[in-house]
Each structure stands twice: as C-alpha cells, then as structure tokens.
Write a protein that binds this ligand. Structure first.
Ligand code: NDP
Length: 495
C-alpha cells in the first residue's frame, strides 16, 4: 500500500487561521487505508457566529464589494493559478479523505481551476439593464448588486469542485462567504481558503468553519447575519435547510440528489453507449449526484447490451485509490457503505436479477464495494427509485420512447438524464420531455463552466454555473430617474 501522511488543519476566520474556541478537534480516517489523514477544529455555534460577523463586516464596510470587477477578476485568476500550482497536493488530499481514485481527483482539481478562471470573467459582466423608452423624461436602470453574505454548505463527494461551483461565482459579483464543508472531507476547502488569502483576498471575504452539520451547518442556515444560503447535499438535509432559512426569509439555492437515467435506443452506437453506461455509474464509486444509476434499454437489444455492460464492468479496477490504475476507490463512510449494502439486499429480495458484484470486496484495509449490475428491475423497486450513491446499476427495459420517458420521469428527482440514439426525433423528443435540469445526448456527465447546472423537482432549487450564477448571487435594484418639469399631482400645472 502507498504511504499516507497526517495533516493538522485550522479554520479560517477574518484572514486568520484559528482553532475552535473550545479547543475541540476531530480526525478524518482514510476510508481506503484506515489511518488518520487529517485533524480539524470542531467548531461550534459560537465559532460560526464569529465567522459570520467577519463576513458581514467584510461585506458591509470592506474593500471587496467596493472594488472593480476587473480587480476582483485578477484575484480570482490568481486563485486559479494557485490551484493549478498545488494540483498534486490538493488531489492527494481529496483521495485520502474521500477515497476517490487519484486520477479522478486530479481531474477534479483541474476542473476546479477552470471554474475559477471562468468565474473571473463574470466579475466584469455582472451588469443589469437600462430602459430608454419609458417616456422622454425618464431613464430606467436596473442595477445588479451583490446579494451580501453567502453561507455555503457542501458535501463530501466532490469537496473542492462543489465549493468552487459556488464560491468563485459569489466572490466575482462582490459577495463575501462563510463555508461549512462536510466533516469527512474538509481539507481541500481549508486549503482553498488559504489560497484565496495568498492570492490577496482581503480578510473576512472567505471564512471556513469545520464541524458537524447538525451544529455549525444548522447555525449557518438559520443565521440572521446571512443573506443567502447555498447548499449541496442530500434532498433530506436540503429540506431542513430550506425550513431553517424560512425564519429570516433568506434566499436559498439547493443542489440535491438524483436518480438519473441513461436511455439506450436500439439504433444507438452501442460501443459508445456501453462505455458511457459503465463510466456513468462507476465514476467516483457512484457517489455522485449525476450518477447514471438507472439504465433504460430498449427491449430488442437489452440482452446483448446488458451482457456487454457486465463484461465491461468486470474490467473496472477497484482498489487502493492512490494506485494510478484504480478506477473505483473506497466508499467514503461506514454509513454510506451500509446504505449501499442495504439497498442491494432490497434489490435481490424484491426479485431483480443480480448479474455482477453485490458484495464487499476483500481487502486488507478500507471498505470497497464491488461494481454491481442488476437486470430486470421494475420501476416500483427501491433500487429503481432511491439514490444508492454507490457503484450499483439498475437496468430497466422499455418498448417505445413514450415508455422510456414514462419510466425516466417516474421519480421525485430531476437532476440529469441522457439518451443514446442516432435518430434526431428520438433525441429531441426525449430532451424536451425529460424532467431534468440537464439532458445529455450521446454523452454523459460532460460539464462546462459556461453551462448552468441544477435540478428539477426534488433535485434542487436554482442554478449554478454559467451566467445563471450571476443571477443567483445578485439582487436587482431598480433606479427610476426623472428629468425636467413635473406635472402637479394637485392641479396639473407644470412645476
Ligand atoms: P448531506 O446532506 O448529509 O450533507 C451535506 C452537507 O450538509 C454536509 O456538509 C453536512 O455536514 C451538512 N449537514 C448535515 N446535516 C445538516 C443540517 N441539519 N443542517 C445543516 N447542514 C447539515 O449529504 P452528503 O454529504 O451525505 O452528500 C451526499 C448527498 O449529496 C447525496 O444525496 C447527493 O446526491 C447529494 N449531492 C448533490 C449534488 C448536486 O449538485 N445536486 C452534488 C453532490 C452531492 P456533515 O456531513 O459534516 O455533518
């Protein structure tokens, strides 16, 4: 096994690296290697209050919201350069804390730098609207202003990427932020905040508090000093965040779970579709909101296609995530592992055919789950409805595009969906009628900073990335300017 190291982290408040006031700490054990890889302050509500006060002061009277977009863009680009400089260190931390393969962690860090580069371009494009045709005496201007202090709560599956779908965009338009990363994977978020400081961001603009969701996360969501809360995580916690935010009517943006289908029509390029199905479900161990955990395949090709998926899945290497050849690493937590096992058990008990995997992989350390394929799944089974968040594929069969749409949309989620076909009619019918925030045609999980991302139904509220991010992190202010005489309200004379 590859050697691992332990790092001691501190939170970041008002530009200073600080311990928890109580002095409490917690440890992260690598899910692949069973050794401690990080020690963190266990923040509490008082630490969170201090961070919110710092972000509030930085927003209300600090230089960041008042500086030009060009100046902010320069700092954001510097952060992107620093992320690239530290790519190897950041990727290694992601791998040790989350269990994901190092090759995928490197890709995540590289994509993170791209998000910061792109967000920098928006800093100079957070403009509003002007109205020169509302009457000769009037000019209407709709200004965009930063919404204020933004609270950010993030999950453990793509820690650096997900915080970077929020933070640089909020910063670009002049907001300040308090971030609460998941306890399992706080390392790269703290390093990111340190890189912001190194890049020249003023104190208080980016603050990070580590600790449990129930304590510091909940305090952040309800905090009266916050103007907006943006959350990525489970639908269940998303609902509690929305309820807590209601007490102060702060704006809420939520990126939640998914039960995403890839539809394979009979005329699809099957070599490409097989590869994408295997990638779509096993990437990041399936611990992915965009996991294509449902395969919907046309009856006439189903037997052959599923055989090919199983053969391809056997070639996916599972093991030490620090090994360059590994494609599926360790499952992030014991809780997550139990959830996968329990849903797989449900699948077998309800009559689905288990064609591959279904069990824990033998290993000296860590917890790994075998790539798993179910066939003959029906829409009522829990493995067709619930987010498994593990390397488990549920195959359902359909006869027509209408039938495929009916199955695809029969879920409370609506994050993403995909179709494999050479036929334009099928592609467009599916793309228009799938209830999902993202539809991929002949590809899967290809994402770009320019393209907005978010969910329909219980997969979320609001959108991240692209120009939509400017809308999310700004308020509109309408300015009505009058010139020349005023007609008297009392007697109609010109004043
Ligand atoms: P959770 O919802 O459990 O946790 C997400 C974050 O919320 C963590 O930082 C957690 O802190 C915090 N949290 C937990 N409870 C509370 C609370 N009561 N109040 C405030 N904050 C709280 O999700 P996971 O971390 O388990 O992530 C997996 C889930 O995230 C999956 O369902 C997945 O689909 C979804 N997800 C969605 C994405 C999207 O873009 N749509 C992207 C990635 C994941 P802590 O864990 O430290 O206690």
């Amino acid at each position: 096994m590859t050697t691992t190291t332990t790092t001691t982290y501190q939170m970041l408040v008002d530009g200073e690296s600080v311990a928890a006031r109580s002095g409490a700490v917690f440890e992260r054990v690598s899910p692949a290697h069973d050794v401690v890889v990080g020690t963190y302050p266990r923040g509490d509500a008082a630490d969170m209050d201090r961070a919110v006060a710092a972000a509030r002061a930085a927003f209300d009277s600090g230089p960041w919201p008042r500086s030009s977009g060009a100046a902010r863009a320069r700092v954001l680009r510097r952060v992107a350069d620093l992320i690239e400089r530290d790519l190897e260190e950041l990727a290694r931390t992601e791998t040790l804390e989350s269990g994901k393969p190092i090759s995928q962690a490197r890709g995540e860090v590289a994509s993170t730098a791209e998000l910061w580069f792109y967000a920098a371009t928006l800093a100079q494009h957070a403009y509003g609207d002007s109205h020169n045709a509302i009457g000769e005496q009037y000019l209407g201007v709709v200004l965009r202003e930063p919404i204020g202090v933004v609270g950010m709560i993030t999950p453990w599956n793509f820690p650096l990427l997900i915080v970077s779908q929020k933070l640089p965009f909020a910063l670009a338009v002049g907001c300040t932020a308090v971030v609460k990363p998941a306890e399992l994977t706080s390392g790269t978020t703290i390093r990111l905040a340190e890189l912001c400081r190194e890049a020249g961001m003023p104190p208080g603009v980016v603050n990070v508090i580590t600790g449990s969701g129930r304590e510091v996360g909940a305090r952040l969501a309800e905090h009266p000093g916050i103007d907006m809360i943006t959350f990525t995580g489970s639908t269940a916690v998303g609902k509690t965040i929305m309820a807590s935010a209601a007490s102060t009517l702060k704006k809420v943006e939520l990126e939640l779970g998914g039960k995403n289908p890839q539809v394979v029509m009979a005329d699809a390029n099957l070599d490409r579709a097989v590869d994408a199905v295997v990638f779509g479900v096993y990437f990041n161990q399936g611990e992915c909101c965009n996991s294509a955990s449902r395969l919907l395949v046309h009856d006439t090709i189903a037997d052959e296609f599923v055989d090919r998926v199983v053969e391809r899945a056997k070639a996916v290497r599972v093991g030490d995530p620090l090994d360059e050849a590994t494609l599926i690493g360790a499952i992030a937590s014991a809780e997550q592992f139990d959830q996968i096992q329990s849903l797989v058990h449900d699948g077998t008990a309800s009559g689905a055919s288990l064609l591959l995997g279904g069990h824990r992989l033998d290993s000296d350390t860590g917890r790994f789950f075998q790539p798993t394929v179910f066939d003959h799944v029906t829409p009522d089974m829990s493995i067709a409805r619930e987010e498994i968040f593990g390397p488990v594929l549920s195959t359902l069969r359909f006869s027509t595009i209408e039938h495929a749409l009916e199955i695809a949309n029969a879920t409370v989620y609506g994050l993403s969906a995909g179709i494999w076909t050479q036929d334009l009619d099928s592609a467009m019918t599916f793309a228009r009628r799938a209830k999902a925030g993202t539809v991929w045609v002949n590809c899967w999980m290809d994402g770009f900073p320019e393209l907005s991302f978010g969910g329909y139904k219980e997969s979320g509220v609001g959108r991240e990335l692209g120009r939509a991010a400017v809308d999310e992190f700004t308020e509109l202010k309408t300015l009505t300017i009058h010139t020349g005489p005023r007609t008297s309200w009392i007697d109609g004379t010109l004043l």
